[in-house]
Design a protein around this ligand. Structure first.
Ligand code: ADP
Ligand code: MG
Length: 140
């Protein structure tokens, strides 16, 4: 299995509750390395573009408004099988269905305010990383 990278966001519910360190500890304990990290405020345009695939979904407006409601931490994570591994560590989208020990089971407040984003494929990871990081900032 090759080393790969995935894109992560610690969402506004995490920064609001001072949970960025606690979430990062779970990420690092899972063997994922945080190779890029920046705390930013998403603009409406950035949030709409990032979640464009969901624009026809009934929760799209709520999602964009939540993601711009406070600061987020955008991250690049690296490790063996990082995309699938981080999805496992995150847990199911709805915290009520997330497995014990996962980030969403431990910390998420609801299906919308669910603490973290993680890319769902290596291809999308590349696109999402490029939206927020310059190659020179995350050089090996
Ligand atoms: P995931 O983040 O697990 O990949 P999705 O891609 O399906 O989940 O959805 C993107 C984000 O949209 C979720 O993380 C969550 O913040 C929000 N979301 C998904 N489903 C709902 C819902 N039924 N109601 C409100 N927000 C939702
Ligand atoms: Mg998704």
């Amino acid at each position: 299995m090759a080393t790969e990278r995935t894109f992560s966001i610690l969402k506004p519910d995490a920064t609001r509750r001072n949970l960025t360190g606690a979430v990062n500890a779970v990420i690092e304990e899972a063997g994922l390395r945080i190779v890029g990290q920046r705390r930013i405020r998403l603009t409406q345009e950035q949030a709409e573009k990032f979640y464009e695939v969901h624009k026809e979904r009934p929760f799209f407006g709520e999602l964009v408004s939540f993601m711009t409601s406070g600061p987020v931490v955008v991250q690049v994570l690296e490790g063996e099988n990082a995309v699938a591994k981080y999805r496992d560590v995150m847990g199911a989208t709805n915290p009520a269905q997330a497995a014990e020990g996962t980030i969403r089971k431990r910390f998420a407040e609801s299906v919308g305010e669910n603490t973290v984003h993680g890319s769902d494929s290596a291809e999308n990871a590349k696109i999402e990383i490029a939206q927020f990081f310059k190659d020179s900032d995350i050089a090996a």
